[in-house]
Design a binder for this molecule. Sequence first.
Ligand code: M6R
Length: 368
Amino acid sequence: AAEALDLGDHTDHMAKEIEEQPAVVAEILDRIAGRAVDGSMWAGLGLAPFERVAVAACGTSLNAGQVIATALRGLGGVPTDTVVASEADQAVLTPGTLVVAISQSGETADVLRALDRFADRHQVLALTNNLHSSLARRADAVLDCHAGPEIGVAATKTFTAQVVVGVSAMISALVASGRIDRSRALALVGDMQRLPGLLAGAAEASADRIPLLVSSVRDASGFLFLGRGAGLPFAAEGALKLKELSYRWAEAYPAGELKHGPLALVTDGTPVVVVENGEHKIQANVAEVRARGGFVITIGGVGADVPALGRDAGRLLSRRTAVTDQGMSTWGPLESVVPLQMLARELALQLGCDVDKPRNLAKSVTVE
Ligand code: M6R
């Protein structure tokens, strides 16, 4: 704990925790990669086989849950829903549904209330960064996120850890149930081994560009974030981080929804952050934004060159995202979260906000 409080060379905990992500992911993979491939990670949890999955969580943990759900549907064809924990009363789960409850603190009241509704009739797998939490105690099985203590109120490394542990566990479950074979699991986990390098590369590619870029959009009152498919949860996470830290409006939309309403918000200079993940249709949506004078900030760009930074050309990260023989990684462009976190932090700093303790928010939300 003392080590977590020590800022070292960093000015704030958020900066430190963003930077720790490649090491956190490398350590997680060291611990679990082998057990994901042979199905033993899942077997060790002692849970019964499942037909469907429902992920229940809030905030950033819900965004991580969306990434895990996308991977589970894409890899194993498992019907998977995500449930906003505070709206769990509206959810109807069929028998054989495994509930995956995700919470870094394990003390979020909305998640615990969701368990009140589900735990009698469904197996609950907890994914948490606190093995001593109420959630961990109440679940049938627990997965440790292995993120280490996170001090900043804005979740950063716990998001990344939740995705890596959660997707690994689901790969393991798919092997154990025969939905995918070991060679497929080996290829997927091999692909995950590239993540520490991709996360570090994303930070490096963004570091010099973000302060300049933010100075161009600092006075904007609102931001749009767009993604498609597996990129969408990352757009949602980028928008959540930006509003939490900078107190600017920020909304995420599936890019295809733009023309059904949000495009009316785009005028000259409106910042629109686009999470690319190889979905070619998104280019048409970006063209619609550009035609209205929107200021496009691109995160990602598969195989693209980095153009000169200027108005309407803020490409922050230009790396090939993880590619398997099945095409783009089913868990989406995880490395894109790094520039999204850095963008939100830099905007907050330029606006004079406290990035570790945003107003009105608590690290652990223990009221409904
Ligand atoms: O402890 P939890 O993961 O259950 O917390 C859920 C949310 O309150 C949390 O992720 C919140 O959205 C973060 N402050 C976002 O950065």
